[in-house]
Design a protein around this ligand. Structure first.
Ligand code: ATP
Ligand code: MG
Length: 401
């Protein structure tokens, strides 16, 4: 039995009371059976979108999905998607069905869904509607297409990435036929728009099983990302769940020692990441390439240029790709910990003096930037402490020069 929360239960009951069938369906049924908290509770119904809108007359609604059968009903600030049972026509573009048909019977609706574990519906009256044995596959940890996997991936190649994503999320495997079809049809992923690819790839890379998933599915993921075949990505499981860090780690693993950051750009471009993310990924890659800093001065310069968070990410790359001499990494880690524990000055804005102080000492405004930078550099070199007296004294001597 699934305990449907109060709000979706109310919506289902209201549809029933108006003479329509209604169920919770898809991810929420799957997650409930797994004992996980569903992200959202999707409802499917025999009511047409217009009928659904009439039933929920007094509710605010989002109706931009009506053409596809979905009405968003807003219930105390929470949106519930109520979708009419539907079957789908052919997919001539490998992305969308050419037409959808509203149906009165849930079987059609379940048959158009991607995987057996996602093709179950439930309501209190009928219990679990599971015509494709989704519950059994869920218990066995198997992702299996509803129907013929080749046909289903040929219709919508994004399902290939979805299969890999669910495998990564739950630690499941793809059934033999589903996996074989995924490898046959993965070339069609090139026809899927990047904005639909990115969320799937992101979740795959951030999943707990990312290392083994990339090892197994590099031959598919190479179509949509910088992942290349023939590498061992097992180390990814030990890297924190941060997208730019993990993507940079993939680049470090994929690149040969002659690869320049610019050479990686086309592969990253495929993902159409926001430009700040691309920049961070390439900077992480580049800095990892340059090798582990071997002095506190270099570490301070790095923090000054990129910030503490960035250097902490870089640390993980150094640990994996730092080279044969593990001593260098150990020393770096100790120095970094030391610096972060004791030091607070990494930029001119962190100095104990500012431009006004320098003017009072007799500096021209044109000199200020240069002098502040010189003070910072002297702190980085360990020549002076970050205290006001030392900085004023050094500044005075620099102005006098
Ligand atoms: P998540 O927890 O990631 O949201 P979900 O299973 O709810 O997982 P959604 O993308 O929200 O996934 O889709 C909801 C449901 O719609 C799925 O469970 C599945 O039944 C169906 N579905 C989604 N995308 C497809 C697709 N490309 N082809 C067929 N069915 C799909
Ligand atoms: Mg969902």
């Amino acid at each position: 039995m699934i305990a449907i929360p109060e709000k979706p239960l109310y919506l289902i009951n209201k549809l029933n009371a108006s003479g329509y069938k209604a169920y919770i369906v898809g991810g929420c049924v799957r997650d409930s059976i797994l004992g996980l908290e569903p992200k959202d509770w999707d409802i499917c119904t025999s009511a047409t979108p217009e009928e659904t809108a009439t039933v929920f007359d007094e509710f605010d609604k989002i109706d931009n999905g009506i053409k596809h059968g979905t009405v968003g009903v807003i219930f105390n600030g929470e949106v519930f998607e109520i979708t009419t049972f539907r079957s789908e026509g052919i997919y001539s573009d490998h992305r969308h069905p050419d037409n959808v048909r509203f149906e009165k019977n849930i079987e059609y609706d379940l048959a158009r869904r991607d995987f057996t574990i996602n093709a179950m519906a439930y309501n209190a009256e009928e219990g679990l509607v599971d015509i494709f044995d989704g519950r059994r596959d869920l218990m066995h940890g198997v992702i299996k297409c509803v129907g013929n996997p080749k046909a289903r991936f040929n219709e919508d190649a994004l399902r290939i990435l979805r299969a890999i994503r669910f495998a990564g999320r739950f630690g499941f495997i793809l059934s033999r036929d589903t996996k074989a079809a995924a490898f046959v049809y993965c070339g069609l992923l090139n026809e899927i728009p990047p904005e639909r690819i990115l969320p799937e790839f992101k979740e795959i890379l951030l999943s707990r099983q990312a290392g083994s998933i990339l090892n197994e599915y590099a031959g598919i993921l190479k179509h949509v990302s910088p992942v290349a075949e023939g590498r061992d990505y097992s180390f990814l499981n030990t890297i924190p769940h941060d997208f730019s860090l993990r993507l940079a780690a993939v680049l470090c693993r994929v690149a040969s020692c002659h690869t320049q950051p610019e050479d990686m750009r086309p592969d990253i471009k495929k993902l159409r990441l926001p430009s700040d993310v691309t920049k961070e990924v390439l900077s992480l890659f580049l800095n990892c390439r340059r090798g582990i800093p071997t002095s506190k001065y270099e570490i301070r310069k790095l923090i000054s240029s990129y910030g503490i968070k960035f250097v902490c990410k870089l640390k993980h790359l150094y640990q994996v790709f730092g080279g044969r001499n593990s001593n260098t990494y150990a020393l770096f880690e100790k120095d970094l910990t030391d610096i972060l524990r004791r030091e607070k000055c990494f930029n001119v804005s962190d100095l104990k003096v500012n431009g006004d102080d320098l003017i009072k000492l007799g500096a021209h405004s044109a000199q200020i930037g240069g002098i502040l930078n010189a003070l910072l550099e002297n702190i980085f070199c360990g020549n002076i402490e970050n205290d006001r007296d030392s900085e004023l004294a050094l500044a005075a001597s620099l102005i006098g020069e």
